[in-house]
Design a protein around this ligand. Structure first.
Ligand code: BJW
Length: 307
């Protein structure tokens, strides 16, 4: 670790020790070292797929079979993955008695819960891959924590990855022909009829994944609970972990906390030099895999609680 990074880590940890109210804003980068791909960038899920074709209500309306294959693939990958030391570090922070701490996660993979984060301290603002909702207007059926994989016989096999030649691939860092590691990517494998997709046991209509797609409103109840925490008192510190900060409204929380005088610590593989070098007032930047940098940075507090 360079002298500058050491100094920055020491300053951060000094602030952390004195912080009473902390919020984490989490994105896909936290789960990257658990083997789950991020969305954007050269290794991202959207690399070979237009997100408009997969993560909007229109996409589901036009081709629910395609969208269900994508989510079947994602459910399978998340179920096979394990929480990493970054998830565990945040889960331990939520158990430190002297700190009021909540996590706002954009991730839908369930890994923060599996790491031991109590549900009342975790806000899954983009929903969960393991919740299913009825698409029928007026039917309020919701199935929480459904871990059946595959959800229907027809979705069997689609949860595995296939490359362009139809060859089955492993999901975690498969080797390409030239030996280079390739990121997991989704390729649809079959045309599915609506009758082969998950159906609502209450009304018989199509079920959909319980995630928030582009253009959809986030749960106002959830947003109110987060607002309540932020407005209840000063936030001393915001941890911004593995997110590109491109998606509204999640990206608005950082400015809100800063506006109220809170300091910000960014944990990301990709951070501007000026932030890492400490040139931005009130912002620390720790470049690298969050699964490594988070446990190290949070150690002064999380070492107080059992792993
Ligand atoms: C590492 C790492 C390692 C890698 N360690 N770091 C113009 C047109 C249409 C819409 C809009 C528009 N302008 C604004 C909008 C609104 C839109 C929006 O923000 N669009 C932007 C793209 C411009 N937002 C919405 O539509 C939202 N709804 C809304 O606004 O409704 C109005 C409303 C709001 C509030 C109340 C009432 C009404 C809904 C957004 C839903 C987003 N949904 C998705 C899909 C969820 C389901 C699924 O998972 O399939 O959520 S999109 C996708 O992006 C997913 C993610 O949660 C989200 C954020 O991505 P994230 O997590 O930041 O991942 P990446 O890949 O972007 O970044 C990863 C980062 O990790 C990178 O920085 C890497 O460097 C880093 N990294 N390895 C540490 N090992």
């Amino acid at each position: 670790m360079s002298t500058r990074l050491n100094k920055s880590m020491m300053e951060f940890q000094d602030h952390l020790r004195h912080s009473k109210r902390i919020v984490a804003l989490v994105g896909a980068g936290l789960s990257a070292s658990s083997g789950l791909p991020t969305f954007r960038g050269s290794q991202g899920l959207w690399k070979n797929f237009n997100m408009i074709d997969l993560a909007t209500p229109d996409a589901f309306y036009i081709d629910p079979g395609l969208v269900w294959q994508f989510y079947s693939y994602r459910r399978h990958a998340a179920l096979k993955a394990h929480p990493n030391s970054g998830h565990l570090a945040l889960a331990r922070l939520s158990q430190v008695p002297s700190v009021e701490f909540v996590t706002i996660t954009q991730n839908v993979d369930g890994l923060s819960i599996r790491a031991g984060t109590p549900r009342h301290k975790l806000h899954e603002i983009h929903g969960s891959l393991f919740d299913l909702r009825c698409t029928s207007f007026g039917c309020n059926y919701v199935d929480h924590d459904n871990f059946v994989d595959p959800l229907t016989p027809a979705l069997g096999g689609t949860e595995e990855e296939f490359d362009r030649s139809g060859r089955k691939r492993s999901m975690h860092g498969d080797e390409d022909t030239d030996g280079a590691s390739v990121s997991p990517e989704f390729t649809p494998v079959k045309q599915l009829d609506d009758s082969e997709l998950p159906r609502c046991p209450a009304c018989g209509d199509l079920l959909r994944p319980g995630v928030v797609w582009f253009g959809e409103s986030l749960s106002l109840q959830l947003l109110n609970r987060i607002d309540g925490f932020i407005e209840q008192g000063p936030i001393d510190l915001m941890l911004v972990v593995g997110t590109s900060g491109t998606v509204y409204p999640a990206n608005g929380y950082v400015d809100r906390v800063r506006y109220k005088g809170g300091k910000v610590a960014i944990f990301n593989t990709d951070i501007e030099d000026s932030v890492v070098d400490g040139q931005q007032e009130g912002v620390w930047g720790f470049r690298g895999d969050a699964a490594e940098t988070l446990p190290q940075a949070l150690d002064p507090l999380i070492s107080q609680v059992c792993p």
